[in-house]
Design a protein around this ligand. Structure first.
Ligand SMILES: N[C@@H](CCC(=O)N[C@@H](CS)C(=O)NCC(=O)O)C(=O)O
Length: 95
């Protein structure tokens, strides 16, 4: 099951939660960030050296930066209509 590190009231985390819901991916969200578990520990900084939320863990795959996470989820779990392989069809969705 994928894990998302980040507090629910973060707009960057909400982007990721929208994507996992839209794609129907089973997930666990962990409360990290302002007012929750610290993002400044050595363990967390090993996940995201920027010390920010969100971070996605999917097996051996670790991704930070919400836009990068969205692209990863779309490419890994989305249909070709959701995230087309054809760059010409995909570009308008990527703006
Ligand atoms: N460009 C980054 C921005 C990440 C970011 O600034 N996240 C904020 C919350 S929206 C954060 O981590 N704030 C510090 C905290 O919550 O401890 C992304 O899109 O992932």
């Amino acid at each position: 099951m994928i894990k998302i590190y980040g507090r629910q009231n973060s707009s960057s985390v909400q982007l990721v939660m929208w994507a996992v819901a839209e794609l129907g991916i089973e997930n666990e969200r962990l409360d990290y960030g302002h007012g929750h578990a610290s993002t400044q520990t050595d363990e967390y900084l090993a996940l995201n050296p920027m010390g920010r939320v969100p971070v996605l863990i999917d097996g051996d795959v670790r991704v930070f930066e919400s836009a990068a996470i969205l692209r990863y989820l779309a490419a890994q779990y989305g249909t070709d209509d959701f995230w087309p392989k054809d760059p010409a069809r995909r570009a308008p969705l990527d703006t």
